[in-house]
Write a protein that binds this ligand. Structure first.
Ligand code: ADP
Ligand code: MG
Length: 822
């Protein structure tokens, strides 16, 4: 299969001729590129090309946001890259010619896995005990690995392969490399090796002889009869000036395919009592005889369009690949299947929710919105407008919205949420606005009030209840419901909510989880909570409402992860900061510069600013971390800043204690807030201008970015200072990146690249399916799977067509098995 680079070349050329104005294709270059990349991506198998692909941002192009100069530069780079892509796509042979007098030996024996369809009898859903040579004892061992049926075995993939495909003549052997020879056994015997019995043999081919030893394994000697042909794969060491094969993999060359040597040899996960050779042999037999029985559930037309291997082929090649390229292609195919089934399931779930339970169709009164937005002290950004329009379009529909709103810290999500809540109130619905902590709820209450007060006249102000007239026909009432208020007051507010006397209630997640009974809940906004999952959403439903749900997060989740974790949500992104935001000056400091950092903080404090100091990360336990933070706090307040007012928060404090300290910091009673990293400082203190992070090299990029986002929220120039004692190489790379890159999404992607998806969220997200072949970095593949799932779903949502019968069956099987995520 070759990659047709022609269309892209033409478009880039045209774009250059037109002066880099993003006018070469209708809809913009980014859109075209995304589609193009998603199509060609599956055929690229070389990791190096994939890396370049990634570095050029071909999958997530940002052409539209570049300056003309940058566009020109980028186009030139892509132009240079394309021909490489074409060559590899065309499947240029990758044989490495051997130097020296002796020509390379021919490839080792038979390797083709595809040997025609030797179909065994029976179903692949039979227990593996139905296989020849599998006893119940062996089956019990496999069961520990999660393998019970023949199908499980077929999907029991090796975690990697050893490349034993490089065949050499004995005279060509070199030290240290993995290599394979085919030789005659001259002599083999049991001998003492390092004080224990082992096997020693001398083997030879037409170019020479070589000694072979197997430590601790006297049994091999018996199997190697003189003059037998043997294949050896492994490393060669040098002893007394002579080469010796040390414990190589071996097998006799018979009229059979090689299993352990001379090819890409699979390494399977093992458990006590299972041996690599035994598992490989069994797998070979199973793959040869049973892979053909796996029904290919993808519609043929789809498989063809996406250029994916047929399923039996893909399974066979994933175990015993003919080449690296075939192996990669198999992985891509199997990964596509997983992602496709995942997306289909997620779409089906979303449809079930939306169709089984009709939602509230809001009556969008644009008048109210106009009044509101023209009263704001600023103009909404284009991104805010776009996102608000997406939300309004959902709210108007009689199906409950289910949307994730992503936006950088400070991108202005609150005002968008407020507008949506206002529209709900104007339609006669109540809204709930939920934050993860009480202090953040208070902050929202203050902010929402501020935003509304420009348009409406505030007619009452009590501690946690405000009304505004002039916006709706009756006053708009906003309440704050948190733990810190008196019981009597709480009950009163609850009564008002139940009676419909409150339009918008702001609080923590407890709002929906416990006590509160709404009269007519129409919209639930959930802020800063990327784990407001399926369970919480179903709590909402169980309360008898089917509100529109808007989940907001500042965690810049790369699109791949977003689509996987929140596949049942629609995605809106505010990808633009309000104008005039100052970049936070970020600097990585040496430990010797700590004192000057402290001096800097003191100078900022003396001109009325505030600072955060994040204590070193201590991973052992929260208790130890808290203790260390207390020590650091005492050192800082006693020795370093005796003249300033310091506060401390750590994870071992009660919520009330933490909130108290936060409150004092926010109101300016403290100059410096010392905090452990576990405490999420999700607070908006515009007067804070300095963020000092200790042991900064040990944090992930996204987390550093979150820390940095705590400053730079006001008018003043802000600073982020990163201290690192002795950063590792990867730590240095992170510090370099955070110094240079401002954009949270770009950082998140770098983070994903550096850390891998498993660690991205700290712990593995429950509810995430067990993807065996797909990686979360398979961006283009995931997008392709999603596009195909949507396409199929549009065409045949219930999967009733005959050509989708197998797919429906597979979908049911996979989702049923995945219990947890279904
Ligand atoms: P987020 O919740 O996305 O981190 P906020 O909604 O708290 O951001 O907004 C951050 C600050 O920016 C607030 O003070 C808000 O009033 C202000 N803001 C929001 N939108 C705009 C805009 N379009 N122009 C200028 N300032 C804005
Ligand atoms: Mg916010």
């Amino acid at each position: 299969m070759s990659i047709d680079i022609g269309p892209l070349q033409k478009i880039l050329q045209l774009e250059g001729e037109k002066g880099y104005l993003d006018s070469a294709v209708i809809g913009g270059l980014d859109k075209f590129l995304r589609r193009w990349s998603a199509q060609v991506m599956p055929s690229i198998t070389s990791p190096q090309l994939l890396r370049q692909f990634h570095q050029l941002h071909l999958l997530d192009p940002k052409y539209a946001s570049l300056t003309r100069e940058q566009r020109k530069e980028w186009v030139a780079k892509v132009f240079a890259f394309l021909p490489e892509l074409e060559q590899v796509g065309a499947g240029k042979a990758e044989a490495v010619p051997e130097k020296g007098a002796v020509p390379s030996p021919p490839a080792v024996g038979k390797q083709s896995v595809v040997k025609g369809r030797r179909v065994a009898g029976g179903s692949i859903d039979l227990s593996i005990t139905a296989l020849k040579g599998v006893s119940t004892a062996l089956a019990a061992k496999f069961k520990r690995l999660g393998v019970e049926t023949i199908r499980d075995l077929l999907y029991f993939f090796p975690h990697r392969h050893l490349d034993y495909s490089q065949r050499k003549y004995i005279s060509q052997l070199s030290e240290g490399e993995e290599q394979t020879v085919i030789a005659n056994v001259w002599q083999a015997q049991v001998t003492m090796l390092g004080g224990r019995r082992g096997t020693e043999a001398i083997v030879g081919d037409e170019t020479g002889n070589v000694r072979v030893v197997w430590f601790n394994n006297p049994y091999i000697a018996k199997k190697l009869s003189t003059n037998a042909r043997v294949v050896l794969s492994g490393r060669v060491g040098l002893f007394g000036g002579r080469y010796v094969f040390e414990s190589p993999e071996w097998e006799l060359l018979e009229d059979k395919e090689l299993v352990h040597t001379g090819r890409l040899v699979p390494l399977y996960p093992l458990t006590q009592g299972l041996h690599p050779r035994q598992v490989r042999k069994l797998m070979k037999q199973v793959v040869d005889q049973w892979a053909w029985q796996v029904e290919d559930f993808l519609p043929a037309e789809l498989r063809q369009r996406c250029n994916l291997l047929e399923l039996p082929q893909a399974i066979a090649q994933a175990h015993y690949p003919e080449s690296e390229a075939a192996k990669d292609r198999a992985r891509v195919g199997l990964a596509f299947d997983e992602l496709f089934l995942l997306q289909l399931g997620v779409l089906a779930r979303k449809r079930d929710w939306q169709e089984s339970q009709p939602g509230n169709s809001f009556n969008i009164r644009t008048g109210v919105l106009d009044t509101f937005s023209s009263s704001l002290p600023f103009k909404l950004t284009a991104a805010q407008h776009r996102v608000l329009a997406e939300i309004l379009a959902d709210l108007e529909k009689p199906r409950p919205m289910s949307r994730l709103l992503q936006g950088e810290v400070g991108s202005g999500k609150t005002v968008v949420a407020t507008a949506a809540l206002l529209v709900g109130a104007a339609s006669g619905y109540q809204g709930a606005f939920m934050a993860p902590t009480e202090i953040l709820a208070e902050q929202h209450f203050a902010n929402v009030g501020q935003l509304l007060s420009g348009a409406g006249r505030q007619v009452s102000e009590e501690d946690n209840l405000r009304s505004y007239s002039g916006l709706l026909s009756s006053p708009l009432t906003v309440a704050l419901l948190i733990g810190g208020i008196s019981q009597a007051r709480k009950q009163e507010i609850q009564r008002l909510i139940t009676g419909g006397g409150i339009d918008i209630v702001i609080g923590t997640h407890a709002l929906i989880q416990k006590e509160v009974e709404f009269q007519r809940l129409g919209l639930a906004v959930v802020d800063e909570q990327h784990r407001f999952g399926v369970t919480q959403r179903s709590v909402l439903r169980q309360k008898g409402f089917n509100p529109h749900v808007l989940v907001m997060t500042a965690t810049p989740i790369p699109r791949t992860l977003a689509l996987t974790l929140y596949g049942d949500l629609d995605l809106s992104v505010i990808d633009q900061l309000p104008p005039g935001r100052q970049a936070v000056k970020t600097k990585w400091l040496k430990p010797s510069q700590r004192d000057s950092a402290y001096d800097f903080i003191r100078r900022q404090a003396s001109s009325g600013r505030q600072a955060f100091i994040i204590c070193p990360l201590i991973e052992e336990s929260e208790a130890i971390e808290a203790k260390a933070a207390v020590v650091e706090y005492e050192r800082l307040s006693g020795e370093v800043f005796p003249d300033l007012r310091l506060g401390l928060i750590h994870g071992r404090m009660s919520v009330a204690e933490k909130d108290g300290v936060m409150h004092r910091f926010r109101s300016g009673e403290l100059d410096i807030l010392v905090s452990t990293p576990v405490v999420e400082v999700g607070i908006d203190v515009p007067n804070a201008t300095v963020m000092l992070v200790e042991s900064a090299d040990r944090f992930g990029l996204s987390q550093l970015h979150q820390f940095r986002g705590r400053v730079g929220r006001g008018q003043e120039q802000s600073y982020c200072m990163l201290l690192a004692e002795n950063p590792s190489e990867i730590g240095r790379e992170r510090l370099d990146l955070i110094e240079k890159i401002r954009d949270g999404f770009q950082l998140a992607e770098e983070d994903l690249r550096l850390r891998g998806p498993g660690e991205f969220f700290g712990t593995r997200q429950s509810g995430l399916p067990d993807l065996r072949m797909a990686k979360l970095s398979d961006v283009a593949l995931l997008e392709l799977a999603r596009d195909e799932a949507i396409r199929l779903f549009d065409e045949d949502p219930a999967l009733e067509k005959p050509e989708h019968r197998l797919l429906a069956k597979e979908l049911a099987r996979v989702w049923q098995k995945g219990g947890e995520w279904s």
